[in-house]
Design a protein around this ligand. Structure first.
Ligand code: HEC
Length: 133
């Protein structure tokens, strides 16, 4: 949102095309958890299923109840110390940061899988919210 503010403040001094471009950047960077499509998320979730399922621990922990759950607490799963001690809750916002880059969100985690597209992340989170409770 900084870019948008900048664009508004500088409106007098900048060509209109610039202002539009900055506003577009601000929009593209705004948090993406508002309008997730769970149906599309279900398809994308297939990429997670190499390691995860909703109901059972696998390579990764089960996802049942993950939205709103405290990180590192799926019963019976052997977490990395990094995730077990992370002391965060899986809000939509934290899930978005995690899926963007787990290694920089929780350094030392043993999950290596990134979802680059903000819309994909929003859709996967919408799917988890709807189906994994
Ligand atoms: C290559 C295997 C792999 C893939 C693919 C993968 N994960 Fe993971 N995931 C893991 C592992 C391993 C952990 C446990 C990390 C740790 O203990 O540090 C984990 C942990 C998690 C956690 C933390 C859960 C908790 O109980 O705290 C979430 C949330 C998560 N993954 C979501 C996803 C989603 C959503 C996808 C698909 C977009 C995905 N993962 C894809 C391996 C994977």
């Amino acid at each position: 949102m900084e870019a948008l503010k900048f664009a508004v403040q500088c409106r007098g001094g900048l060509p209109a095309a610039w202002v539009a471009a900055l506003a577009a950047i601000a929009l593209a960077n705004s948090p993406a958890h508002a309008a997730g499509d769970a149906g599309r998320g279900q398809v994308l979730y297939q990429g997670c299923q190499d390691c995860h399922s909703i109901e059972k621990n696998d390579v990764g922990p089960m996802h049942k109840g993950v939205v709103g759950r405290v990180a590192g607490t799926a019963p019976g799963y052997n977490y990395s110390p990094a995730l077990r001690n992370a002391k965060i809750t899986w809000t939509e916002q934290n899930l978005d940061k995690w899926l963007t880059d787990p290694q920089s969100f929780i350094p030392g985690t043993k999950m290596f899988y990134e979802v680059q597209d903000p819309r994909d992340r929003a859709d996967i989170i919408a799917f988890l919210k709807e189906r994994a409770h």
